[in-house]
Each structure stands twice: as structure tokens, then as C-alpha cells.
Design a binder for this molecule. Structure first.
Ligand SMILES: CC(C)(COP(=O)(O)OP(=O)(O)OC[C@H]1O[C@@H](n2cnc3c(N)ncnc32)[C@H](O)[C@@H]1OP(=O)(O)O)[C@@H](O)C(=O)NCCC(=O)NCCS
Length: 181
């Protein structure tokens, strides 16, 4: 369990499956993700099953702890496609409960995940792709120190037009420098 000021990153639990199905079948959420087919319970269960065997993925739930010990699940995040030789990973995040978006929770989760990736897992580089119309996500990534490294032109088709994907990345040395200030 990783603790931030207002949220915690914790394990993925089977009981989260209904929330995941709700988020990953909501076009308002999936417009920003690679997912475009309906997400089935079967596929979601299979994904959960394979999580424990996967060496290239570290996945967390994002929860808000209540004073009585209960938790509100608001999203999930993780580092994927980890390349252990070169110490590179790809960051993914969703604040799936829409009433908790735009409250700073996404930014906080990314900060916790970067701290863990660089200082616990000892990765050297975290990268991601963000679609050009996802201004909110780009803003959150830049706030924590990601920089724009390039652009995949006409990478994806959305609402009748091709859109670019922005390549962003942050290095361990940049994270250390930013957090020393
Ligand atoms: C992207 C995401 C993780 C960000 O988390 P969040 O908790 O909603 O965002 P935060 O409140 O931490 O920060 C968002 C910033 O963007 C700003 N913002 C919000 N909507 C915006 C918009 N339409 N245009 C420009 N900026 C916007 C906010 O004001 C905030 O900046 P500020 O702190 O300077 O005020 C979350 O919105 C999400 O899961 N979205 C759907 C899935 C997704 O896009 N995942 C990422 C795929 S690359």
C-alpha cells in the first residue's frame, strides 16, 4: 500500500470488477484510452487472473481512505510493459469515478507512482502516449515533470478524424532534481 496525502495506491481486488466494467464501458472514459470494444466480465476476470503472473506489469487501485477504515475506489493506475534490462516502463492511469476527476487525485496518484517507480522499483525512465485532445491528462503529466518528446502523427481515429499521440517521458534524474527543489 502506497500512501499519499489524500489517496492510497493499493492492490487490485476481485470485488472491484463491477467498477472496472462500468469505467471501461463508458465512452466518456474510453475516448482517452486504447480500449474501443465493449469490455466483458470474462475479459476483465481473465485480466485479473493474469495479473499475478505478469512480470512486466505493476498495477494499483486508487482509493480514498475514510476515517472508519473503509475506502472509496476511484480509479486505477500502473506501470506496464516494464523492460527490466533498460529499466523503462509505461504509465497508465484512470480516475474512473467521474465525480472524483479534476480534484487533483490523478496528479497525486501519478506522483506516488513515479516515486515508487524510481525509488523502489529502480526504473530509469517512465513513458506514455497521450492523445492530442486529452489536454487535462497532458496538464497533469507536465505538472509532475513529464516532458513532451515527440508526436506520433495520425496515430488514432476518433469521432471521424485522425489524431496525433503525444509521446511523453520522465527520467529518474529529472524526478530527483524536481523533488530536491
Ligand atoms: C487524466 C486524469 C488521470 C487526470 O486526473 P484528474 O484527477 O482528473 O486531474 P487533476 O485534477 O489531477 O489535474 C488535471 C488538470 O487539468 C486541468 N483541466 C481539467 N480539464 C481541463 C480541460 N478541459 N482543459 C485544460 N485543462 C483541464 C485541471 O484544472 C488540472 O489542472 P490544475 O491543477 O492546474 O488546475 C483523469 O482525468 C482521467 O482518468 N481521465 C480519463 C482517462 C484518461 O484520460 N487517462 C489518461 C490517458 S493518457
Amino acid at each position: 500500500m502506497l500512501r499519499g496525502k489524500r489517496i492510497k495506491l493499493g492492490p487490485i481486488k476481485r470485488e472491484y470488477i463491477d467498477s472496472f466494467l462500468k469505467w471501461f464501458n463508458d465512452p466518456e472514459i474510453t475516448q482517452y484510452l486504447i480500449i474501443y470494444r465493449p469490455m466483458t466480465r470474462m475479459a476483465e476476470e481473465e485480466w485479473m487472473e493474469t495479473l499475478k503472473e505478469r512480470e512486466d506489469t505493476i498495477h494499483f487501485s486508487i482509493v480514498i481512505p475514510n476515517e472508519d477504515g473503509s475506502e472509496i475506489l476511484i480509479g486505477n493506475c500502473g506501470i506496464h510493459k516494464i523492460d527490466w534490462k533498460n529499466r523503462v516502463g509505461e504509465l497508465g492511469i484512470v480516475i474512473g469515478e467521474k465525480e472524483y476527476q479534476n480534484e487533483g487525485f490523478g496528479t497525486e496518484a501519478i506522483e506516488i507512482l513515479l516515486e515508487y517507480s524510481f525509488n523502489t522499483v529502480n526504473l530509469n525512465r517512465i513513458e506514455l502516449l497521450v492523445y492530442d485532445y486529452n489536454v487535462r491528462a497532458m496538464k497533469a503529466y507536465k505538472k509532475v515533470g513529464f516532458i513532451e518528446e515527440g508526436r506520433k502523427r495520425q496515430f488514432m481515429w476518433y469521432k471521424g478524424a485522425y489524431h496525433d499521440a503525444i509521446m511523453m517521458g520522465i527520467l529518474a534524474e529529472e524526478w530527483v532534481k524536481k523533488n530536491k527543489k
